[in-house]
Design a protein around this ligand. Structure first.
Ligand SMILES: [Zn+2]
Length: 209
């Protein structure tokens, strides 16, 4: 994970800040870290309890709200704005299992931008070939392709659920062994899931038209 830097002393009173958002001595807001897990003060795990994450988000939203800092100095006012922006990003990214896994992969030095087709099995590619023909028929006004597309939609939704189940299992494994191998497996499943997800979106768009 990220390199753990020596904590800076409190900007206000000079006491050691211990990587906390607030100084334990004078309670002033510190320069916020951009590491989402450290910012939220939670263990850097892939398996996250969504209720406690949500509670943490609302608690910190209240503590960091810029309205609380209108009478403070410019340093804390600025920190509260930065902290609120990081808080919103951290919550948006970590609450969703897929974006959470992508975040941890990026933090661990993986590239996650482009899904690579090599992680998609040939059977699926064949199905996609047939799917594209059915999509083309529907686009040209041939409604007889509709049942086939509805069937394809069900099937791809099933595959996406399957990928979600695999991810949950791999998250547990990574949380236990912190291995790079677990992260590599996760990346493969994420690539496959993204590919399937795009198919679902495409079919749903065609059926709704
Ligand atoms: Zn202090």
């Amino acid at each position: 994970m990220t390199h753990f830097k020596e904590a800076e002393p409190c900007w206000h009173c000079g006491h050691p800040a211990e990587h906390s958002l607030f100084c334990h001595y004078c309670d002033s807001l510190q320069r916020p870290t951009t590491d989402y897990y450290r910012f939220l003060g939670i263990d850097p795990k892939l398996t996250i309890d969504s209720r406690s994450l949500e509670k943490r988000f609302y608690d910190l939203s209240r503590l960091l709200h810029p309205d609380r800092y209108t009478r403070k100095g410019s340093t804390e006012r600025q920190f509260s704005l930065e902290a609120t922006a990081i808080l919103n990003d951290a919550y948006r990214v970590l609450r969703d299992p897929v974006s959470r896994a992508e975040y941890v992969l990026r933090q661990s030095g993986f590239q996650t931008e482009e899904p690579r087709a090599k992680n998609v099995d040939p059977d699926l590619l064949e199905e996609v070939f047939e799917l594209n023909m059915a999509l083309e028929e529907l686009r040209t006004g041939d409604d007889s392709a509709r049942p086939q597309l509805e069937e394809a939609r069900r099937r791809f939704l099933g595959l996406r659920n399957e990928a979600d189940g695999q991810l949950a299992g791999l998250f547990g494994r990574y949380d236990e062994d912190r291995s790079r191998e677990a992260l590599e497996q996760i990346r493969k499943v994420l690539d496959r899931r993204k590919y399937i997800h795009n198919l679902v979106t495409e079919v749903e768009k065609a059926l709704a038209a």
